[in-house]
Write a protein that binds this ligand. Structure first.
Ligand code: XUL
Length: 512
């Protein structure tokens, strides 16, 4: 039996999945919820509450305590810790950790009698880490845009984006120059935790590195000019950038206390979205993933590097090679739940009955569902717009309207990838709705496949470990771990209805 471990450092929790590759089974799981299990960090949602909604910081010591706790829980669950052949991981993207000259020596002599946070806290040159929810860098984004213009997106895959790491570093260097000068290495959440496991600084992979506005995706190296403009001496503070299948470390003896074998090969960690692409079994071209959560994300592999002319989509490295796209719509479940509330209906009506009572296309009813500021397209001031009078519409019409509007918006805003999507893997809470699944299948004219996996980022990390360390190919891993459990087929007759609705949506959106 051969086991691989995947660890996912998400926004609200740290999760582990242990897979056994001969049987294709998930052998063990564990998780630590930051809010519930580590209340002393006062981060009920994974970050420290701040009255300013654009400021979102988290304590790296919380992630370290969670790592100790997670491995303890996994060991106590009876997992075969000593038989693990390789480890990799996944981190919430964009978040950054700032470390001083004490970091490398502290990692090299980790003492198993003491906790990780105790030993590494003094090595933080910035006590808190900005995470992906932080939007406090508009000024820095404007400065980067003024300097590099369109090149930023053409070469790094994204225009300057507030949550991306480059603008965050630019801000830190400008507002806290002393602390910045004391910083010797800047890690992403992924490479930080990978370094802790390895007992030495680990590189950043192309998947997560592309979320920094610093990696040139043509050369796959840090872009010297952008790096130099972002902050003085930054080139010396960045870890190397490497392909996602790189094995570049061996487990520190510190972790023997959890039954793990010191020296176990470690594959570079990646971001949660690239890991999820692998964990949902969708890293091949022609497949995409729709993840329906608080916000909805659409991501898929891309055979070649190309960028979104509208500047809303991002390009990251695909863990299976090549590139992947990502579009993140802020008004996901949030908007659906708001419509459900406004209509005063239950879940069965919302997810099922409403669809049976209304025809595909809903006689052209559309809405722009901006209950909160939207990323795609960028809309800073929330406000919902309709092309009909919602006060006289029936509840079932309003329910179909939100599903169809979200689906055609996803279709419209994913055209730039230039990929003919034949299969969509669907995950997240709203993927349980048969109505939404059929609408998505009809709008994209693609098979919509549900999968059994709940924690696709942790699974993706375990699969990457199996691929990098065990040299198992992706096709075999997908067959064993990511098979579809249910498929909704597109209805060809609905194709034209939705092409027309998409065009109407485009016009409605263009008016604002
Ligand atoms: C992607 C993004 C989020 C984070 C947290 O750009 O900001 O998906 O990776 O999950």
């Amino acid at each position: 039996m051969t086991f691989y471990l995947g660890i996912d450092a998400g926004t609200q929790s740290l999760k582990a999945q242990l897979i056994e590759v001969d049987s294709g089974l998930v052998a063990a799981k564990a998780s630590v919820n930051f809010g519930q299990d580590l209340p002393e960090y006062q981060s009920p949602h994974g970050f420290i509450e701040n009255p300013d909604p654009v400021v979102r910081m988290a304590d790296p010591c919380m992630w370290l305590d969670a790592l100790d706790m997670l491995l303890r829980k996994l060991q106590e669950s009876g997992a075969p810790m000593g038989e693990i052949a390789g480890i990799s991981g996944s981190g919430q993207q964009h978040g950054s950790v700032y470390l001083n000259a004490g970091f490398a020596p502290a990692l090299a002599r980790l003492d198993a009698e003491r906790t990780l946070s105790e030993q590494l806290k003094p090595t933080l040159s910035r006590r808190l880490s900005p995470i992906w929810m932080d939007h406090s860098t508009s000024q820095e984004c404007a400065e980067l845009t003024a300097e590099f213009g369109r090149r930023l997106q053409d070469d790094t895959g994204s225009p300057a984006v507030e949550r991306f790491t480059g603008p965050q570093i630019h801000k830190f260097a400008g507002t806290e120059p002393k602390a910045y000068r004391e910083t010797t290495v800047i890690h992403l959440v992924s490479s930080f935790l990978a370094s802790v496991l390895a007992g030495k600084s680990m590189p950043i992979d192309y998947g997560d590195g592309a979320g920094m506005n610093l990696l040139n995706l043509h050369t796959l190296r840090w872009d010297a000019d952008i790096v130099a403009f972002t902050a003085p001496g930054l080139a010396e503070k960045l870890p190397d950038a490497v392909p996602s299948h790189t094995v570049c470390g061996a487990l520190s003896p510190y972790f023997a206390k959890y039954g793990l074998k010191p020296g176990t090969p470690l594959a570079v960690w990646s971001g949660d979205n690239p890991n999820s692409l692998g964990g949902t079994g969708a890293a091949e071209t022609g497949m995409a993933v729709i993840s329906l959560g608080t916000s909805d994300t659409y991501f898929g592999s891309m055979p070649e590097f190309r960028t979104d002319p509208a500047g809303c989509g991002h390009v990251f490295g695909n863990p299976a090679g090549g590139f992947m796209s990502l579009i993140c719509f802020s008004n996901g479940s949030l908007a659906r739940e708001e419509v459900k509330k406004q209509c005063g209906v239950g879940w069965t009506f919302f997810d099922r009955t409403a669809g049976e009572l209304t025809p595909p296309g809903n006689n052209g009813k559309l809405m722009l569902p901006y209950f909160v500021p939207e990323n795609v397209p960028p809309v800073l001031k929330p406000g919902v717009r309709y092309n009909f009078d919602p006060t006289t519409a029936k509840p079932e019409e309003r329910v179909r309207c939100i599903f169809e509007s979200q689906a055609v918006s996803m279709y419209l805003h994913s055209r730039w990838m230039g990929v003919d999507t034949r299969r969509i893997r669907i995950t997240g809470g709203a993927s349980a709705s048969p109505v939404f699944r059929q609408i998505l299948a009809d709008v994209f004219q693609a098979d919509v496949e549900s999968i059994a996996v709940a924690d696709s980022a942790a699974l993706g990390a375990a699969l990457r470990a199996a691929n990098a360390v065990g040299k198992l190919d992706w096709a075999t891993l997908y067959e064993k771990f990511c098979a579809a459990i249910e498929t909704v087929k597109p209805i060809p007759a609905n194709r034209e209805i939705y092409r027309k609705l998409t065009e109407d949506y485009r016009k409605l959106e263009a008016r604002i």
